[in-house]
Write a protein that binds this ligand. Structure first.
Ligand code: DGY
Length: 336
């Protein structure tokens, strides 16, 4: 082998890490790859992303990178886009598949952390925890009172309605059973009997769920068909004492309709981790006190965020090595 051929064979494959990751995880990647990283964590423009994807064999991306035909236009060497996220509505999967690129996500590793957060947000919403904290900080707490301090809604022995009964929805159902809650759910397809039993959950129509649940939790993936699953009409079906929690994706709820329903006290309160057009939050929501707001952090424990990166790296490494990524979305692209 001549020297130039030798040095060519020693060259590490080039990859892109499109957002900041933990420095030790980046250092580990640099042992095997030539990494173009973005530790500054500034989100690329569409043009910057297109340029960054050109010449790399793999890319670790997140929900903030829209991967479509335009982004892939110059990505002639790309084998995989590995999302560090379970949701992949940032992927135009048909366009990625048409480009012969594999797409992967990070299921399972975030299920429990996300279900914990869904339950925490539900509790904070129903029991008015953040509103109470603001009230205390504002110096409003003059005396303990039976009736004149913030009064919330119970969770125990009430009915929780879960829309979207995938892994995370089932995780929330199991937590709800521990609180003695009656669990009803609606999903695109009904769960097998054994899974319903394990979750102690009863399948109902969306309309029945909205009419009967004391607490409605949204955990469904975002698709064009799921756009505004909860809008004015659906909010009108809910009980005036009900809470609504969205840990799914912005766009599943019509945020303006929700703000109007909360303002008019058509429902009791809402807890939102995701928003239409996030990180911008509809200003009408910001004016309200019967709402708990979080910055898309349902999977945000350090352990889980590390596990998400690890799984995305496994997917990328497998694709570059010519083996099947463990959580490949468009399996038809893999030529084993
Ligand atoms: C997910 O994994 O889908 C989380 O929402 C982070 O994007």
């Amino acid at each position: 082998m001549n020297t130039s051929a030798q040095s060519h064979s020693l060259q590490k494959p080039k990859i892109l890490v499109a957002r900041a990751i933990f420095p030790d995880q980046l250092a580990k990647l640099e042992e095997s790859f030539e990494v173009q990283s973005n530790q500054e964590d500034r989100i690329y423009s569409a043009d910057e992303l297109k340029k960054a994807l050109s010449g790399v064999v793999g890319a670790l991306v997140t929900g903030s990178e829209r991967i479509d035909a335009g982004a892939l236009a110059d990505a002639k060497d790309l084998k995989i886009v590995a999302n560090i996220s379970v949701g992949y509505n940032n992927f135009d999967v048909p366009a990625i598949t048409a480009a012969g690129v594999m797409a992967s996500n990070t299921p399972d590793v975030l299920t429990d952390t996300t279900a914990d957060f869904g339950f925490a947000l539900l509790m904070a919403t129903a029991r008015r925890i953040t509103e109470s904290e603001h009230w205390v900080r504002a110096g409003n707490w003059k005396q303990w009172s039976l009736i004149n301090n913030p009064l919330g809604m119970d969770l125990h022995h009430t009915t929780i309605g879960i829309i979207g009964m995938g892994r995370i929805g089932q995780g929330i159902a199991k937590r709800a059973s521990g609180f003695g809650m009656n669990v009803i759910y609606h999903n695109r397809s009904r769960l097998p009997e054994a899974d319903e039993k394990a979750c102690r959950a009863t399948y109902v129509s969306k309309e029945e769920l909205l009419k009967t649940a004391d607490h409605v939790v949204l955990v469904l993936p975002y698709t064009p068909e799921n756009h505004h699953t909860i809008g004015e009409k659906e909010l009108a079906l809910m009980k005036p004492t009900a809470t609504l929690v969205n840990i799914a994706r912005g766009g599943i709820v019509d945020d303006l309709a929700l703000a109007q329903a909360l303002k008019a006290k058509k429902i009791f309160a809402a807890g939102l981790d995701v928003f239409e057009g996030e990180p911008t939050v509809n200003p009408e929501l910001l004016k309200l006190s019967n709402i708990v707001l979080a910055p898309h952090i349902a999977s945000a424990s350090e352990k889980t965020r590390r596990a998400m990166v690890d799984l995305a790296v496994k997917n990328l490494t497998a694709a570059v090595a010519g083996t099947k990524p463990p959580s490949l979305i468009n399996t038809e692209v893999f030529k084993g």
